[in-house]
Design a protein around this ligand. Structure first.
Ligand SMILES: NC(=O)c1ccc[n+]([C@@H]2O[C@H](COP(=O)([O-])OP(=O)(O)OC[C@H]3O[C@@H](n4cnc5c(N)ncnc54)[C@H](OP(=O)(O)O)[C@@H]3O)[C@@H](O)[C@H]2O)c1
Length: 158
């Protein structure tokens, strides 16, 4: 199977979680990583043989070998990087969240116009389990009357 060659923008916490998953996937390969500081990108790719370190998102987006870009920057920078990647003809996986629905609508319009895939990394909405639950909700539960939920966050820097 041909693997999708993915470039990652940003070398922070969530990039360190996604990178090994990309690398271990049968369908994707970590191709390049960009940082605003080349030394940081070099240190990041040291764990991923074959991946190339580049300085700045623009250099990563410009690479012919990169087919899809995973955007792991702070929320404020995501739309700008994503629109530059889509404009350059790259598929985009954007880490959640975006700062507004309008932001996502602008990006999805651009992706549609260019015939490219745009996905956000809100895992559960894309999981087959979620659509299976939706289909069976009425039969198994009926109309929900209350919802109890929990949120986990790995707050390691106490
Ligand atoms: N899906 C999830 O479960 C999940 C979990 C945690 C976080 N997130 C989201 O993911 C995003 C990143 O979170 P994080 O915890 O990984 O943050 P982080 O550790 O601060 O990493 C973000 C990285 O983006 C780069 N960066 C910083 N400012 C930038 C700018 N102005 N332009 C371009 N790149 C910039 C930096 O890498 P360089 O210095 O190498 O350029 C930085 O290390 C946030 O929106 C967060 O809410 C999602």
């Amino acid at each position: 199977m041909t693997k999708v060659k993915i470039g990652i923008v940003g070398t922070g916490f969530i990039a360190t979680i996604l990178a090994p998953q990309i690398q271990s996937s049968k369908k994707a390969r970590l191709d390049a990583v960009s940082s605003r500081t080349l030394a940081k990108a070099e240190s990041f790719v040291a764990n991923y043989p074959g991946a190339i370190a580049v300085e700045g998102a623009d250099q990563l987006i410009a690479r012919d070998d990169v087919e899809a870009v995973y955007i792991a920057t702070p929320t404020s920078a995501k739309e700008d990087v994503a629109s530059r990647a889509l404009t350059a003809g790259k598929h985009v996986l954007i880490e959640k969240p975006l700062h507004s629905a309008a932001s996502f609508k602008r990006l999805s319009a651009l992706a549609r116009q260019k015939g490219l895939v745009l996905m956000d990394a809100t895992h559960f909405v894309h999981h087959p389990r979620t659509s299976a639950m939706r289909q069976r909700l009425a039969a198994l539960i009926g109309a929900p009357r209350s919802l109890h939920t929990m949120f986990y966050f790995p707050f390691s820097d106490r």
